[in-house]
Design a protein around this ligand. Structure first.
Ligand code: SF4
Length: 94
């Protein structure tokens, strides 16, 4: 099973079970790596546990790989958006 090290029951329903784990860890950010990331994300689009997977990756601070249909850059944008929203909320409370 893909990502056996995770706990919880959501990964038993993952669409990436049986896929080569290497698919989800493209090396680099251009050329073949972009195509590989797109292929991995295509698997994620068929997955019923995308939200749980992404939440796990965000909570774990996963830097590398495709998780919940996102790559490193996607997750960085999500973190920045969350940080901006938190800052705006603090400003609104003042
Ligand atoms: S969202 Fe993608 S990486 Fe996560 S469990 Fe599903 S197929 Fe695997």
């Amino acid at each position: 099973m893909y990502r056996d090290f995770l706990t919880g029951d959501w990964q038993t329903r993952s669409a990436c079970r049986g896929e080569d784990p290497e698919l989800f860890f493209p090396v680099g950010d251009s050329g073949p790596a972009l195509l590989q990331a797109a292929d991995a994300k295509a698997v994620c689009r068929l997955c019923s546990v995308t939200e749980a997977c992404l939440r796990w990756a965000m909570d774990a601070g996963e830097v590398h790989g495709i998780w919940g249909g996102t790559d490193e850059g996607d997750r960085r944008l999500i973190r920045r958006g969350a940080a901006r929203a938190a800052a705006a909320s603090r400003t609104a409370d003042v």
